[in-house]
Design a binder for this molecule. Sequence first.
Ligand code: ADP
Ligand code: MG
Length: 514
Amino acid sequence: MNAQAHQGPAIELKGIGKSFGPVVANKDIDLVVGKGSVHGIIGENGAGKSTLMSILYGFYTADTGEILISGKKAHIPDSKAAIESGIGMVHQHFMLVDTFSVVENIMLGAEGGAMLDKGIDDARKELKRLAEEYDMHVDPDAIVGELPVGLQQRVEILKALYRGADILILDEPTGVLTPAEADHLFRILDVLRNEGKTVLLITHKLREIMHITDTVSVMRRGEMVATRKTAETSMSELAELMVGRSVLLEVEKQPAKPGAPLLKVENLNVKDERGVMRVKNASLEVRAGEILGIAGVSGNGQSELLKAISGIEKAQTGKVTIGTHVIDLTGECDAAAMRDYGMSHVPEDRHKMGLVNAFSEAENSILGYHREPKYSKGLLLDKEFIRKEAMERIEKYDIRPPSTELKAAKFSGGNQQKIVLAREIERDPDVLIIGQPTRGVDIGAIEYIHKRIIEMRDAGKAVLLVSVELDEIRSLSDRIMVMFDGEIMGERGPEASEQELGLLMAGVKNTEAA
Ligand code: ADP
Ligand code: MG
């Protein structure tokens, strides 16, 4: 924190209200944001965070209330007015033009339109100055669409600074970033704060809040329920404020009682479509009644490992053994055969592989299993049976809203994940493979999903868990393997420190670190 954090507030919101038809997205919200501070706003999905920020940025007009910027009443009917008031926003989905270069994107919309020839040298100079001042280097001539997400986000931030923003709003900025990119972003936010800029950071990740913010406000169901100095609160207090009840952040579990190996993977090598080796000679074994966790920074071969093991993508070499069935992974992919042998798979990308958004909850609840005899009546699907079974699962897994007819797209991330989990768990597999079980899932549902995974283990299943959330790996796993650049770097027990695992995740073996 710097000295400027104690000056008058940068932003004051008073009694802000906003409804969309019957939905009250923001209700009588008061908020004071100190100048030169990083102010976090947290809340579950649907709490109203993005709506509030969109009002501040002029996307929506509030039904009630007023906004003060640096003590003066502000009228913000559109984003142009927001920019004039010194507010910049980095959106959840970037608003850059993919085919334009960095410097073209930065100029776009500034100074009353795209003056792409005139002033491009000035823009280039200013971009260079900003990059140096904030330690955010990026090639001004790179085509934006060809940059990795972390750099695209940097361009969004630079664009806001170029337009003279003193107040920067970031809406869930790390959802798309790798942990290393997220760390870099936090260093940038730190620099911005030291330069006296004010940052509003929207996230649902408590760790980030604790790490980077000075102050944190909590939203729940459209209301602002609390504001705390970050140094004076804890993750468990914030979690409780978010969901309105206490949450178990630590997973309660007994020691594992591992039995015979149920899943064995040998000498797996996987190439991607560009011919790059993504998995390098990986072997592993998961026994009945244990959870093997695979940790790693996203993009180090975990996705390819999961796809090969579950029969979705072909491997260059390797075989998998499920119980007594040996399957050659270099042959034609056959996810259905894997399922028949007793493997269930909760894919990491539930939107691409786990669910069909346009199908109803009930249809999704039998996806991949619709040929099972119990779902047919003669030549047709037994709709009544399917609906009844789906309803039982909705009750058991507390899927909300409790509708078998609602399309999958209409459920929140947490509830979509519960639909997939229910489908894969309820068929009672021997081997359960789960990728990123709680990505984009709100905190109440995370606790629930973790409990179900432990129950599977305690029922004697072999569970292979892949997650980029190290906390999740550490709290659930009985053994931990770390993947880096396609290789399994080593195996550790659940007592391994975050630092030890972190080094492996960065590709450093213990012998090198010592
Ligand atoms: P958060 O960002 O905290 O996840 P949002 O502000 O996006 O929450 O949403 C708050 C509530 O307002 C949700 O119930 C959401 O469905 C609703 N909502 C948001 N934007 C719109 C809109 N344009 N039309 C209708 N409902 C909306
Ligand atoms: Mg949002």
